[in-house]
Design a protein around this ligand. Structure first.
Ligand code: 13P
Ligand code: ZN
Length: 275
């Protein structure tokens, strides 16, 4: 099958375009990766032309031999729809999980996203903790979430609680909470290590003064998660622009009642009393 006719490739391109239309991908900002299923890679295998092996820049032994669809470094999300072969690529990892090679795409040269170490280390954690269910890692630069990293304390507790309070469905959509990575130099192994530690317990990691990473089972759930967090952040930015203190809000016991009825577990450490 032609790679561009495969459903997983269509879903990937649609998600890249959805993010662009939300305004989360100025210039080459943001990147997306998908861990391809065996039957999906088999369906396009005749189209693959493996190139040279290159270093990932970290080691992900639990992903050895797997294939990923990823956006290219310096490529624009807005171009994924109109020139996918130039913008995205399929990569294969070697048997140690230390090198990759491009097997399709990036026809005008280039390499996978500079955040490949973060994407792959997050995939490695999520594959383990979800028994292989999670396949999508998404990084974007949504403005309201970034704005809050200049205003809120850079703690998991502060971000989780504030964003839960801003929309009733938030604790149901991300009951595990949100992790925060302090400002770090992007694009390398160090920030990848810190982000993947958070992915052990969260599906969302916020990079201070930079953006957000989300992890999920499929494109809908992962895009929907980013969208929900960012919408909640937008409401908080609006509230804080109007008043310095909320007049009323959802209280810890309200969250406990919601958790019971919606059958989710909300960690008590996010349900502290505020003074
Ligand atoms: P890439 O163009 O290398 O994907 O980088 C964009 C980005 O958002 C870096 O954090
Ligand atoms: Zn970024």
């Amino acid at each position: 099958m032609n790679v561009l006719n495969a459903e997983f490739v269509k879903g990937f391109i649609r998600m890249a375009d959805d993010g662009w239309q939300q305004g989360w991908h100025e210039r080459n900002g943001g990147n997306l990766s998908y861990r391809i299923k065996d039957e999906e890679i088999d369906s396009v295998r005749e189209e693959l032309q493996p190139g040279e092996w290159r270093e990932i820049g970290t080691s992900v032994p639990d992903l050895a031999g797997e294939y990923f669809l990823v956006t290219g470094s310096g490529k624009y999300m807005r171009n994924a729809v109109i020139k996918p072969e130039d913008t995205i690529c399929i990569v294969e990892l070697d048997e140690k999980g230390e090198n990759y090679r491009i097997c399709w795409g990036l026809v005008n040269g280039g390499r996978p996203t500079s955040e490949l170490p973060s994407h792959l280390m997050n995939h490695e954690v999520k594959k383990r903790v979800t028994n292989g269910k999670y396949r999508v890692i998404y990084h974007a630069h949504p403005a309201n979430t970034i704005a809050l990293t200049f205003v809120l304390p850079l703690t998991d507790e502060a971000f989780t609680r504030e964003l839960w309070e801003m929309a009733t469905e938030c604790p149901v959509v991300f009951p595990g909470g949100i992790g925060v990575v302090p400002w770090m130099v992007p694009g390398g192994r160090e920030i990848a290590v810190e982000t993947s530690k958070l992915m052990e317990k969260y599906d969302v990691a916020i990079w201070a003064h930079h953006g957000m990473f989300c992890a999920g089972e499929d494109f809908d759930l992962t895009f929907g998660l980013m969208h929900t967090v960012e919408k909640s952040a937008e409401i908080l930015v609006k509230v804080r622009s109007m008043v310095s203190e909320k007049r009323q809000t959802i209280q810890p016991d309200d969250f406990r009642n919601l958790a019971r009825d919606f059958k989710v577990t909300l960690p008590e450490r996010f349900l502290f009393e505020k003074h």
